[in-house]
Design a protein around this ligand. Structure first.
Ligand code: ATP
Ligand code: MG
Length: 374
């Protein structure tokens, strides 16, 4: 066991049992005396407590020292990975009003695969095949969703399903993706050191990636000005690029990308950014965490550019239809084709991909039938 592993076990002692427990997916520490965990999509409060704020703060400082990312009142945020790969984000007082606040997204040893998502009803086999078609045709895909909705998980799966001969360049603020493909290179940005130097932003990484001969550029989480560089790169021949964005529906996802792109200091007019977003993004995969805690694909939509008023136009190809809930509260429904054909139907046909037009016909399922995965 490494010194870092031992020290994590000691300092994070009060939550060590949850760190070890594979059924726990998230640990949320709201100051020393209140801890919640997530298991099977359900959040529950647990008895565990830290002795006091000093003990919790010591744990966070210890991790920050090991990973070489300083945390202090002046720089109160920490993004890091624990030795087992779990993602940790911490915020210290006075910004954190409850006391030091920590969220640990557990690294899952049994990485979810496409077949697991299908068996959990997150999408149907047909929708999965359509996604494969989009990947094969190198569409630029954004995975959109709320926090914890499964964006990174699905992005990881998508990237792992790309053609093995393609070179994938992965850019992240905090390294999370573990792509199962032959030719993958990873880059991680970093915050300033204690002297305020050495920052490497995702914008820097996107620019650098374009000289690294990527077949596909993947940005783990687009949440700042790198949106501008990513959409410009998508528009200048780097098709097949992907990323995740926090947003609640496909149209909002496009608006969000626009807002993020405008956060840069380069003075690109709004109309120009909007035009770039609408031509860069081709498919949005929308995820949601539903009322029963399950994570599902709720939309697979195509971005069709702008209408005459300058609004984004989207074409929903699959939509999740909820019929109700079963006696245990489980959401019943299906990710159904809407009947709309993708604008690239011809491309599907000329490439002789086994996805005929009939696959897009809406399926009529009686309300109340089981969560259909097959
Ligand atoms: N379809 C699914 N069914 C069940 N669990 C899932 C599903 N998709 C993801 N998960 C689990 O949900 C948790 C959150 O997933 P993930 O990290 O992919 O979400 P995210 O949207 O990227 O979150 P964030 O917004 O915090 O980056 C993980 O523990 C993951 O294993
Ligand atoms: Mg994520």
């Amino acid at each position: 066991m490494s010194v870092f592993e031992t020290s994590v076990q000691v300092f994070l002692g009060p939550v060590a049992q949850y760190l070890k427990d594979d059924s726990v997916t998230e640990i949320m520490i709201n100051g020393p005396k209140q801890i919640f965990i997530e298991r099977a999509g359900q959040v529950e409060m647990v008895e565990a407590k830290f002795e006091d704020e000093q003990a919790l703060m010591a744990a966070v400082r210890n991790i920050s020292q090991y990973v070489g990312r300083p945390i202090s009142e002046e720089a109160p945020f920490l993004d890091a990975r624990l030795p087992d790969g779990s993602r940790i984000h911490a915020v210290v007082p006075p910004v954190a009003k409850n006391g030091t606040t920590v969220c640990i997204r557990k690294f899952s040893k049994n990485k979810l695969e496409l077949k697991d998502l299908i068996s959990r009803g997150a999408l149907t086999p047909d929708a999965a095949r359509f996604i494969d078609v989009c990947l094969y045709l190198k569409k630029n895909i954004i995975v959109s969703g709320g926090t914890g909705s499964g964006k990174t998980t699905i992005l990881n799966i998508l990237a792992s399903r790309c053609q093995p001969e393609q070179r994938i360049v992965v850019l992240e603020d905090s390294s999370e993706l573990r792509i199962h493909n032959k030719h993958v290179v990873y880059f991680e940005g970093r915050p300033a050191n204690e002297y305020g130097k050495g920052t490497v932003t995702l914008r820097d990484l996107v620019k650098s990636s374009l000289r690294l001969r990527p077949d596909r550029v993947i940005v783990g989480e687009v949440r700042g000005g790198e949106a501008l560089d990513l959409i410009s790169s998508m528009n200048t021949g780097h098709s097949g690029s992907m990323g995740t964005v926090h947003s609640n529906n496909p149209k909002e996802c496009l608006t969000r990308l626009e807002t993020l792109a405008l956060m840069t200091d380069s003075e690109v007019p709004v109309q120009a950014v909007r035009a770039q977003v609408s031509s860069a993004i081709q498919v949005v995969l929308q995820l949601s965490r539903l009322q029963d805690g399950s994570r599902k694909v709720t939309h697979i939509s195509e971005c069709l550019g702008m209408d005459l008023q300058g609004n984004y136009q989207t074409n929903d190809i699959y939509l999740f239809e909820q019929w109700g809930r079963d006696k245990d509260g489980k959401v019943l429904g299906i990710l159904n084709p809407t009947g709309n054909l993708p604008s690239f139907m011809r491309e599907i046909e000329v490439n002789q991909l086994p996805f005929p037009k009939e696959m897009f016909h809406k399926k009529q399922n009686p309300p109340g039938s089981q969560n259909q995965a097959a």
